[in-house]
Structures are given as structure tokens and as C-alpha cells.
Design a protein around this ligand. Structure first.
Ligand SMILES: [Fe+2]
Ligand SMILES: [Fe+2]
Length: 190
């Protein structure tokens, strides 16, 4: 009986941990995709009618798909969004619009910085999910793999459109990367 109890306790603890990890992954990714949607909305508000408008619109459309996917996965996996959604809503738009005000290079520098953090973030989640069980987490792994590839493409698009010519590129890039990492850290926790 003792061993049975211990076994059950071990099983339920393990199940809970797995669920908590999945919750954290979906919550932070939903927050990130919502932030990305707002960043591109901010960029479009400033640069929508310029030559890079269609390039930004294409990336924005993909972010809308990413966000919609996590909105679909949240109830399916019984996960709640982060309480900071209203903050990321505003912060994303402000980041997108303010970097776009520096010109197309500023917007693209923002894209390169954000997407490089998100690509790393998705890669580390993929490693975690595979370690947790590739078959069990097949759906999430496939979604994240596809989105990681899209983000990588956005990153490369930014570089192709002169991101590195933005004013104070290195400072700008490091500040945005640090902000994104902080947003990920917080969204995983609350
Ligand atoms: Fe995305
Ligand atoms: Fe993206």
C-alpha cells in the first residue's frame, strides 16, 4: 500500500509538472505573439504607406496567424493568458511605432532584435518539449517549429532591408533584446 501511495504521488506530481510547463509555454508564447502583432501594427501606422509597407504587412499577417493559433490552443490546453496582456498591448505598439519613427531602418532593426530573441526562445522551448516527450507534445512541437521558421524569416527580412543602417544600431538592438528577454521572463511567471 505504501509503495502504491508513493507511486501515485510520484505520478500526480509528474503530471502536474508537465501541465505547468505546457501552461507556461503557451502563456508566454501567446503574450509574445500578441506583442509581435502590436509591434507590426505600430510599424504599419507609421510606415504603412511607404515602400516597405507590403513587406511589413506580410510579416504582420503571419503574426496574426501565430496569435490566433495560441488563442485557439489556450482553451484547448486550459491555460490562462498572462495578466500583463494590457501592458504588452500598449508596449508592443509603442515599440513598433517609435522605432518606425526612426525610419524604415529603425523598424527593421527592431524586427531583427525581437525576432532573434524569439527564435532563440522557440528553440529552447523545442528542446524542452522534445525532452519532455516528443509524441506527447507533437502538436505544440509542430506549431512552434513552424513559427520559429517564420520568425527566422522575419529576422532575415529585417537584415535585407537595412536594419544595420539604423541610427545607433548596436545600442538600439541591445536595448530591445533586453526588453524582450525581460518580457519573456515576466510572462512566464505571471
Ligand atoms: Fe510570431
Ligand atoms: Fe515574427
Amino acid at each position: 500500500m505504501y509503495y502504491l501511495n508513493q507511486g501515485l504521488r510520484f505520478y500526480s506530481t509528474k503530471a502536474l509538472c508537465h501541465k505547468q510547463i505546457i501552461d507556461r509555454i503557451i502563456r508566454v508564447d501567446h503574450a509574445g505573439e500578441l506583442g509581435a502583432d502590436r509591434i507590426y501594427a505600430g510599424q504599419m501606422a507609421v510606415l504603412g504607406r511607404t515602400s516597405v509597407g507590403p513587406v511589413i504587412q506580410h510579416m504582420w499577417d503571419q503574426e496574426k496567424e501565430h496569435k490566433a493559433k495560441f488563442e485557439e490552443l489556450m482553451p484547448k490546453y486550459r491555460t490562462r493568458p498572462t495578466v500583463l496582456i494590457p501592458l504588452w498591448n500598449v508596449a508592443g505598439f509603442v515599440l513598433g511605432a517609435s522605432t518606425a519613427l526612426l525610419g524604415k531602418e529603425g523598424a527593421m532593426a527592431c524586427t531583427v532584435a525581437v525576432e532573434s530573441v524569439i527564435t532563440d526562445h522557440y528553440n529552447s522551448q523545442l528542446r524542452e518539449l522534445i525532452a519532455l516527450g516528443e509524441d506527447e507534445n507533437k502538436e505544440l512541437i509542430e506549431v512552434i517549429r513552424k513559427f520559429r521558421d517564420d520568425e527566422m524569416e522575419h529576422h532575415d527580412t529585417g537584415l535585407q532591408h537595412d536594419a544595420e543602417l539604423a541610427p545607433a544600431y548596436n545600442v538600439l538592438s541591445n536595448v530591445i533584446k533586453a526588453g524582450c528577454k525581460a518580457a519573456v521572463f515576466i510572462s512566464e511567471r505571471i
